[in-house]
Write a protein that binds this ligand. Structure first.
Ligand code: SF4
Length: 699
């Protein structure tokens, strides 16, 4: 038996980039613990990290390329797989046009070095405009707001959480999620530190979340009223004459248009719809403005709703007009070592017209169309119909709105390729499945999450273990796909691209390179965020667009919600999602440690609502929406606002033909049986999961 060795790497399950210390021997993990020398996570991990070993040894993982046949799945070789994929996809495109092959990208691509660096090449070689991803069921409104105001969708300003004196959170639960579009491992510690230095944390959410329990104050807002509240906060600052652009004074256009457009959104006007007293809204605005530093952060609940685009725009506006943009303790741009934003061309957002999807005419943003219309584009006949699909690391049948219709759509494709680690509800429809290495089997450098991190850091880890069976890294698979589609035979692998980027990036003066990262396995601290908007803005003139017409044009719809918000009689409750600490999206449910800890998936309902409906705590109920229904136990929860119910996202692995045995044995309930492809934010096309009207009835 060989000696015990220690390996350091970042966890790649969620966005937090927690440093891990992994002790191993002879290809076996002995322990996964927090890396206390990691300069960013400082010894924080959550319970999910230990599951990395489960994914490595999981006997349900796909080990070899597979072809679907009448007799079931048949193992095939890589060369044969690539040859067939290239021939079939190109043949579809030659017959029906380049757009007849679509691409769907799941969330794990954002955690993967190879995907981050090589997917743009694959998309270019494929040439199709039919691109979809999990972003439009999640954070697309952030990118649209950044693109319109700062010139590039990747220009994401994050809360400088370690220096702020006032953190206002709307629709986010970072104690459980550990931050999202705000990479900040150890959120409970960071939030407590704000309070310990005399600052405040205020949470606005229909549920008194785990984060709200730590906060100085919590307001139970009505679902989908966040944009109204943000307008009223901004309006208060305008009316008080306390607007101050701070560090970006002289760089902001459109203030007069903002003043005019928000005139009707006074606290008194919106209070009823928001569910907060006008006096509380004014007090919140004034406290925010008066704090030595403050930052507003709005996330999932404020993005995946009917006004997601407005929410993200208004969040940025509040930070800017309160003088909290591009300053310590406010909203700041990270400066990552591999700097994708610096490569983005300078643009004039006002001249960009979003393309429209073929069937529903939904807007395309950030180079993709909303996943809410992917099934329409496959099922609706006509020129440009999607007949072939490449799905990489995704399970939209379980995670995108209208899962049942997507399930049907995928079954009608002429040819589908999936790159994944499991046969799941989506990949089961593929004609060829390519087995990806993952987690401990691949090199780790967080291209995207360093771009959203609350501190500038860099860390690279080589693979810990060799892939099992015939698995290949995403980088290798993408190279194979590019080549089989006739792309240039570029042998540059992700490490070479990473090294070149580091050597030419913002830390080249410090000699940053791949070799330097290899010599610092705990990671390198590159310092606190610093004001840098002048360098980071990607608008042609280097100025901030405070009031883009795209958003101003959506304000009448928001105003109409003040009077149109009648609750449908058949569906009198509003559904919101929530994340559990024990799982991440849909792919972690086959890890036995996480599954065991998660417990039953319930619908949380306020006891007053439950008793009025004759529902006992723990009783099985049926939840119905316009598009579907599901059965699950009710859970009394006085932390949830009356009129609102909540179900955890990412569950429901009970479809036919999947090979995730543990997940299927304890499937829970899949929330997207209830979600509706018609419920989108029309401005961005993002799915509006939150606020779905539902009914609940005792079985
Ligand atoms: S918070 Fe995220 S990155 Fe950190 S250990 Fe948990 S899953 Fe991994």
């Amino acid at each position: 038996m060989s000696e015990i060795r220690t390996h350091y790497r970042n966890c790649n399950i969620c966005e937090a980039m927690c440093g891990l210390e992994i002790r191993h021997r002879d290809g076996e993990v002995l322990s996964i613990k927090p890396d206390r020398q990691d300069p960013f996570s400082l010894g924080h991990i959550c319970p999910k990290a230990v599951a990395l070993q489960d994914f490595h040894v999981d006997e349900d993982r796909i080990r070899t390329p597979l072809r679907r046949s009448a007799g079931g799945w048949q193992p095939i070789g890589w060369d044969e797989a690539f040859a067939e994929i290239g021939q079939r996809l190109r043949s579809i495109q030659q017959q029906h046009g380049v757009d007849s092959v679509g691409v769907y990208l799941g969330n794990p691509n954002a955690h993967n070095l190879g995907s981050a660096l090589l997917l743009p090449r694959l998309q270019k070689v494929l040439g199709s405009r039919n691109r979809y991803s999990s972003a439009s069921a999640d954070q697309l409104p952030h990118h649209v707001a950044a693109s319109q105001m700062f010139g590039a969708g990747l220009a994401i300003a994050v809360p400088d959480i370690d220096r702020t004196e006032f953190l206002l959170i709307l629709g986010g639960n970072p104690v459980v999620s550990n931050g999202s579009l705000m990479t900040a491992p150890g959120m409970p510690r960071r939030l407590k530190a704000i309070l310990a230095r005399g600052g405040r944390v205020v949470v606005v959410d229909p549920r008194r979340t785990e984060t709200a329990r730590l906060a100085s104050e919590h307001f139970a807002i009505r679902p989908e009223a966040d944009a109204l509240l943000l307008c009223a906060l901004i309006r208060t600052l305008i009316d008080d004459g306390s607007v101050d652009f701070g560090n970006v004074a002289g760089m902001v256009d459109g203030y007069e248009r903002l003043v005019e457009a928000t005139a009707a959104f006074t606290p008194e006007h919106v209070a009823g719809a928001v569910g907060m007293a006008a006096a509380d809204i004014r007090r919140l605005a004034r406290d925010f403005a008066a704090a030595p530093s403050a930052v507003c952060y709005s996330r999932m609940g404020a993005s995946t709703q009917s006004f997601g685009g407005l929410c993200q725009w208004l969040t940025l506006v509040l930070n800017i007009v309160s003088g909290n943009f591009d300053r310590p303790g406010g909203a700041m741009f990270p400066q990552p070592a591999l700097d994708l934003l610096a490569r983005a061309p300078r643009t004039d957002p006002a001249t960009r017209q979003p393309p429209r999807s073929r069937v529903r005419g939904l807007p395309g943003h950030s180079g993709e169309f909303p996943v809410a219309t992917l099934a329409d584009e496959i099922l609706t006949e006509g020129e440009g119909r999607i007949r072939g699909l490449l799905s990489i690391a995704g399970n939209p049948v379980l995670s995108a709105p209208g899962g049942a219709r997507l399930d049907e759509a995928f079954s009608r494709l002429d040819f589908m390729v999936a790159v994944d680690i499991y046969l799941n509800e989506t990949t089961r429809h593929a004609h060829i499945v390519l087995p990806a290495a993952s987690g401990l089997e691949i090199a780790q450098y967080d291209v995207y999450f360093n771009s959203f991190a609350v501190r500038n850091v860099a860390k690279y880890s080589p693979p810990l273990f060799a892939p099992r069976g015939e698995q290949r890294s995403d980088g290798q698979i993408l190279q194979g796909l590019i080549a089989c589609l006739g792309g240039a035979a570029d042998e540059a692998m992700p490490e070479a691209l990473l090294d070149a980027a580091l050597r030419s990036g913002p830390y080249k003066e410090q000699g940053l390179s791949l070799q330097m990262l290899l010599e610092h396995p705990h990671g390198i601290d590159l310092g606190a965020l610093r004001p840098c908007a002048r360098e980071r803005l990607r608008t042609v003139d280097g100025r901030i667009r405070l009031a883009p017409e795209l958003f101003l044009g959506d304000l009448p719809r928001l105003h109409a919600s003040l009077t149109d918000a009648a609750t449908p009689r058949d569906f009198p409750l509003r559904l919101i999602g929530r994340r559990l600490v024990w799982n991440h999206n849909t792919w972690t449910q086959n890890a036995h440690r996480l599954l065991k800890a998660a417990g039953p998936i319930t619908v949380q309902v306020h006891p007053d609502d439950a008793q009025r409906l004759g529902i006992a705590d723990g009783q099985m109920v049926t939840v119905r929406s316009r598009t579907g229904q599901l059965r699950l136990p009710a859970e009394y929860d006085s932390d949830i606002a009356p009129g609102v119910v909540s179900i955890a996202q990412g569950w429901g692995h009970d479809g036919p033909g999947i090979a995730m045995r543990r997940a299927a044995a304890q499937p829970g309930a899949g929330i997207n049986s209830l979600t509706d492809t018609e419920r989108i934010d029309p401005l961005t096309g993002n799915a509006a999961f939150n606020g779905t009207p539902v009914s609940i009835r005792a079985d």
